[in-house]
Design a protein around this ligand. Structure first.
Ligand code: HEC
Length: 142
């Protein structure tokens, strides 16, 4: 008896909550400021990337990065530093992608060679997903 009373009270309060929820849920639909909610991921790259495809990444690497970083990622003197053994490989995929998107000009105090690492390796046509694929390929280089 007591149980059925509690259950019916519960049902009543659930129904009440259900009735009051539609207005509050519409409150959470996109407001202009809601786009900043991507910052909640605390990642510098507010992009959701699929896992990198190393085979596709190789094709992109061979087309764009190899000129300065060498076909095997060992670097090209005076053009690009070695990627094999780079401490930056310890970075998360999305952070590495964010780095490549931005590049590192000689004017950047973090630049280590005085040579320009151009944004997206100098190929603005590359998408973030292309670069995620390149990162996957970079991780296979030894
Ligand atoms: C025009 C030459 C050039 C091209 C093309 C280029 N890079 Fe670079 N890259 C550099 C240089 C120079 C540096 C070193 C910058 C510095 O001194 O800190 C560098 C640095 C890097 C680093 C950081 C390495 C480290 O340990 O500091 C990564 C990662 C990288 N490049 C990835 C790429 C990828 C991926 C591509 C192709 C999408 C690419 N680069 C295309 C010249 C190039």
């Amino acid at each position: 008896m007591k149980q059925t009373l509690i259950l019916s009270l519960l049902a009543a309060s659930l129904a009440a909550a259900g009735c009051s929820s539609p207005p509050s849920s519409t409150d959470t639909t996109p407001t202009p400021g809601a786009t900043t909610s991507t910052a909640a991921t605390s990642s510098p790259a507010p992009v959701a990337l699929a896992a990198g495809d190393a085979a596709k990444g190789k094709a992109t690497y061979d087309g764009t990065c190899t000129a300065c970083h060498g076909p095997d990622g060992k670097g090209v003197e005076g053009l690009g530093k070695p990627l094999v053994g780079s401490a930056m490989l310890a970075m998360k995929d999305e952070d590495l992608v964010a780095f490549i998107v931005k590049g590192r000009p000689p004017t950047d105090t973090a630049n280590t060679t005085g040579i320009d690492m151009p944004p997206r390796g100098g190929n603005p046509a590359l998408t973030d997903q292309d670069l995620a694929n390149v990162v996957a390929y970079m991780r296979t280089l030894k």
